[in-house]
Design a protein around this ligand. Sequence first.
Ligand code: C2O
Ligand code: CU
Ligand code: CU
Length: 564
Amino acid sequence: MKKYCWIFLLACSANAGYAQQPNPLQIPDTLSGSNIYLNVASDSTQFLAGAKTKTYGINQAYLAPTLMLDRGDFVQLHVTNGLADTTTMHWHGLHVAAADDGGPHTPIAPGTTWAPDFTVLDEASTYWYHPHLHEHTAEQVYYGAAGMIIVHDSIEQALGLPHTYGVDDFPMIIQDKSFDSLSNQLIYEAISDTMMINGTLNPFLRVPAQMVRFRFLNASNQRVYNLGFPIGVSFMIASDGGLLEQPLAVTRILLAPGERVEIVVDFSGITNNLPLISFNSEMGQGISGGPFGPGGGPGNPLDGTDAPVCEFRIGPPTANPVTSLPANLRTYNIPPVQNAARTRVKDFDVDVAGFPFYINGLVYDHDYINDTMRLGDIEIWEVHNNTDVAHPLHIHDVQFHVIAFNGNFVPGHLRGRKDVLLTQPGDTIRFVTRFEDFADAHTPYMYHCHNLFHEDGGMMGQFLVIDSVLSGHEDSLNLAFGAQLRFFPNPTSGMLFLEDFNKDPERVTSIEVVDMQGRKLALLAIDPNRARHTIDLGACPAGMYLLHLRHKAGGHTFKRVTKQ
Ligand code: C2O
Ligand code: CU
Ligand code: CU
């Protein structure tokens, strides 16, 4: 439990407010092409005067190159794990097959290379990539294994938005860190007290006096930012997974871990330096980093305090500056709510001890499938945050559109394509999505809180997307120690027989029949003295079912069966 006890750790991070000269903002290199090689490794980085800081990076000492992808591209990736620990690599926000998604079920052992591939099906927007090994995601991201992905497409290119990387289109990866003042090493377990962008402490950026696009990514473990300028408005043009319908005038952008936002700022006519500030004093109930957030309080110099994030120094405009924004950007393609196959409710609760946080009463179990979706289905999700802290919910595979926000009007910045949604205490939020293109009865996708400490603590569930038209059937299930269960006949027209329980050292204690909507149809207690059991599916409609086998040792296994 010790890693979650922030109170004891605040005393260790004595570095707050150390003098830092302004540093030019580093802009990560880019990588593109049909073969992309990524090498995750540990290294060291000169953040502070004196000793270097041990960091992780991908093809560089800290953070990673920005992947530049075009919609429709086919990309072959080669991810080599040069760390001493196992890792995975997840393409956050991209719509790819579960086996290529890089979740906890596709580990990359040290010294090995994982080679997923996919076609870029996503709309132009800002995405990112980071490790996703269960219980190690926070640590590996904190040490620096994370990078941005920019997807362009023809609709976006035709709009004439600023899009020259590093000239009028800038990546802004915001993170917070704590340094041990004696050794300059990162203190991973602390709620951090020092902000950086793209790995640059106290950054400034020279920008041309014209319309400039910024792509903000909150790659922090738990801190939320509330970005804005002391005066004037900016125009938000994109949320996580795509452009908004129209540019939206904003003065503040609340950015939770995992979220991305693109804004355009018009620097023309501005001569003074302009600070970008995180208005932490204005953040609401339960939000990490705000005045009422967990871990907040007088011990942390950032929490609840407005803090500069980056200083913009205005220089001459480029040769062909963008001088206006189009009135309309893109049309939303929202799945029709009236065609939703179901409403799936997700309740966030917390253990009496204050940790871990639960989704529908459960913590993550690597061998347990929490939800099964049918390929092609439109679903409404209704999320209730019953805890007193804010949680940014993230779902793999899909983008969604918020359709109801505490019974109120959905604010403009939440209407676009989203894959992370910040829920505050007491919130009830509904959104709609569609599970399309990729089905895999064996490899699940994840959904989880993107507060990485909460995620690693088990605030995560997994779902299978299953094509209801089955091809090929299994008739046995291999368990640990070579034991095997036989199921026959499969497919069946009614009776299903199970055999050989007594040879199963992890003995199955009960079997539940679950349909593809997640409904429990029958529960069979297993008699350890009998070698054969019978399940009667005669009353069930034709289709596919999952047998949920609970083991004596506490594990779970699933088995697909088909009723003809
Ligand atoms: Cu950004 Cu499941 O991850
Ligand atoms: Cu993700
Ligand atoms: Cu959470």
